[in-house]
Ligand binder design. Structure first.
Ligand code: ATP
Ligand code: MG
Length: 197
């Protein structure tokens, strides 16, 4: 099973993201570039990609992900549409996190500590920082300049939402795009409020 932990966008942030996708689709420089746009229901902020896991390990992982997180709810904001990688053939269009990075890094560290011992490979130590809008299909290196320019020109006004839970998803890959199935969800907010000796 292919598993990952993610933060769900709320309805308003999802709608704002779909609007950015709509504008990007209409950008003249992107019209002839084949993009597989992330479907609205699949939009998410990956907290930690856990990779392929034996089915037998899914239950303990779901139990671990169903424990409340030791982190207060916080606000994440997205701004700046961007293209990855920064040079060469463009592959991914995304919105970068502009506020909430420190909290995301702390939550990511908790996710690594919690899920790491249940995995055979370590979790990527890089903290999360973007919401994927779409993936380009075989865009040539020569399209990089105009694609990056068009995406930079989208001038996305910042928007955000309050992160108050973490979900564990199973991803099923398919030619038409992946589908995600939620396996567990737990709230944020289980915090120690003062120093405990
Ligand atoms: P597809 O791969 O068909 O485009 P997808 O990327 O939506 O679909 P997955 O590859 O299962 O589906 O990925 C699930 C989530 O985990 C996505 O947010 C993806 O960006 C992220 N992810 C996938 N592979 C990695 C990886 N090696 N490192 C970090 N994040 C990853
Ligand atoms: Mg993928």
């Amino acid at each position: 099973m292919r598993l990952f932990l993610a933060l769900d966008l709320d309805a308003a942030a999802r709608a704002r993201t779909v609007e950015v996708q709509r504008r990007a689709r209409r950008a003249p420089a992107l019209r002839d570039v084949a993009v597989r746009w992330v479907r609205p229901e699949n939009l998410h902020l990956t907290l930690a990609f856990l990779g392929e896991v034996d089915a037998g390990r899914a239950a303990p992982m779901a139990r671990a992900a169903a424990e409340p997180w030791r982190h207060a709810p916080f606000r994440v904001e997205l701004a700046t549409a961007d293209v990855a990688p920064p040079s060469g053939a463009p592959r991914t269009l995304w919105l970068s996190v502009s506020a909430g990075r420190a909290q995301l890094a702390r939550l990511h560290a908790e996710a690594r500590a919690r899920m790491g011992p249940l995995l055979s490979a370590p979790v990527d130590p890089r903290p999360p920082g973007h919401v994927t809008l779409g993936r380009l299909r075989r865009a040539p290196r020569s399209s990089g300049g105009r694609v990056r320019e068009a995406v930079a020109g989208l001038a996305v006004p910042a928007f955000g939402w309050r992160v108050d839970s973490v979900a564990l998803y199973e991803s099923r890959l398919a030619p038409g795009g992946a589908s995600y199935r939620p396996l567990a969800r737990a709230p944020l907010g289980c915090v120690i409020l003062d120093a405990v000796p």
